[in-house]
Write a protein that binds this ligand. Structure first.
Ligand code: NIG
Ligand code: FE
Length: 411
């Protein structure tokens, strides 16, 4: 089965060689081809080029993209889309003056979601998450990382991870699973954090690994949640099971979590709303990519990750949605790209690089996803007719997507 897309007004993120990350000043460069075509064979991009070279190509199906822009689908490297219910009451409470921290301290927040999830059947949880995954695919997401972390018991964490495994099997987009057992301290361990970390280290990590339910390990490394010592114990145990770290860090406080994550060869460090010069130093000369989550900053009214500073320091940056019920109840990567331009002062080129190739890097898949490259997965967004790709982040809040192609097929 071959699919030919012709008359593309502009084809974005075209790469002749298979680069897997873009950093620093290179992030301003988004290679494009005007008046272009793409040829897909089954699920793979096999050729692309200017229309004048599109001669004698026969395909089973042709899409005419006159006036439209084509780009790789978004790679959303940080989500929590498997959750039960919602937290609209806390949303209203925050509007009325309570802070995220105050809500957490009175037993709400992550513990509220954990209680709802524990009381939800695996089937119901799967149905709720399925709706969200369909919704994000329609908004252009072609690969997604999904975390556990609203279970907080061995059984409920395994339940979440089994749901993620089922989503991976049932939907055409690529799914990567992360064990985030250390997301909050459950009520049962209120005054005994060490025993909960013991449970993670001695029982959860080995079980998850034995059942092959996760690729990555995450910890909410934050004051009031898990400190450097807890984080290190978990990363050490995870390393024995080859679970690679992707860490929630520097959301509210900067206290050395980034350097620790780098020391344990983290693939990514995520959030970074609070950042100090030592954090930037730790990231330089490392393979760890910083990930910004602007929807979370928008929703909670907290600072935006200083993405400009990170890029200007020569670092790479990825963007992700953080889709979750408490701090970002949206998986719309188009909004994420827009917010990065508007609030973090990324150029459209930087933001698109951050949400495609660098997003793919942040979930360990950038050799096959995140750019228009021969041999890569045919996961593409075809926009509605737009004047230029700058229009995508500029006209925020509108849906500019006409068609989403996943594995060479219209979704
Ligand atoms: O990434 N910061 C930790 N975890 C989630 C939010 C958790 C919640 O409030 O449910 C985040 O923002
Ligand atoms: Fe998160």
């Amino acid at each position: 089965m071959t699919l030919l897309i012709i008359n593309i007004k502009e084809l974005l993120q075209v790469r002749d060689s298979n680069i897997t990350i873009v950093k620093g000043a290179d992030m301003k460069i988004l290679p494009t081809l005007k008046d272009a075509y793409v040829l897909i064979d089954h699920d793979t991009i096999v050729e692309f080029g200017p229309m004048i070279e599109c001669t004698n190509i026969e395909a089973d199906e042709t899409i005419d993209a006159t006036g439209k822009t084509v780009l790789p689908t978004w790679c959303d490297s940080h989500t929590h889309i498997v959750y039960a219910g919602n937290r609209t009451q806390e949303f209203v409470d925050r509007i009325n003056g309570l802070s995220y921290e105050q809500i957490t301290n009175r037993g709400g927040g992550i513990l509220n979601s954990a209680e709802q999830l524990q009381n939800t059947t695996e089937e119901d949880l799967y149905q709720q998450a399925s709706k969200r995954i369909i919704e994000v695919i329609k908004m252009g997401t072609g690969a997604i990382e999904i975390k556990s972390g609203y279970g907080l018991t061995v059984e409920a964490e395994l339940k979440m991870l089994r749901v993620i495994k089922r989503l991976k099997h049932d939907f055409p987009i690529l799914v990567k699973a992360t064990l985030l057992a250390a997301h909050a301290l459950p009520k049962a361990f209120k005054n005994d954090k060490n025993s909960f970390v013991d449970l993670i280290v001695k029982e959860m990590i080995p079980k998850v690994s034995a059942q092959d339910l996760a690729h990555y390990i995450d910890v909410f490394c934050e004051i009031g949640y898990f400190d450097l010592e807890d984080t290190e114990r978990i990363l050490k145990a995870a390393a024995k099971h080859r679970l690679v770290p992707k860490i929630h860090v520097n959301q509210f406080n900067a206290f050395g979590g980034i350097a620790l994550a780098v020391e344990y060869d983290a693939l990514s460090v995520d959030h970074l709303e609070e950042l100090n010069p030592e954090d930037i130093l730790a990231l330089q000369n490392s393979k760890t990519i910083p990930v910004a989550l602007p929807s979370c900053s928008y929703f909670l009214g907290i600072p935006y990750t200083p993405g400009r500073e990170l890029i200007d320091a020569g670092l790479p940056l990825a963007l992700a949605s953080d889709y979750n019920p408490g701090s970002s109840p949206s998986g719309n990567m188009n909004f994420v790209v827009s917010a990065a331009c508007i609030k973090m002062k990324l150029t459209p080129e930087e933001a698109i690089n951050a949400a495609t190739i660098n997003g793919a890097y942040a979930m360990g898949i950038s050799n096959r996803y995140g750019s228009i490259c021969r041999g890569k997965k045919a996961n593409l967004i075809i926009t509605k007719p737009i004047t230029s790709y700058h229009y995508l982040p500029y006209a925020f809040g509108d849906n500019h997507i006409d068609t989403v192609i996943i594995n060479g097929q219209v979704f």
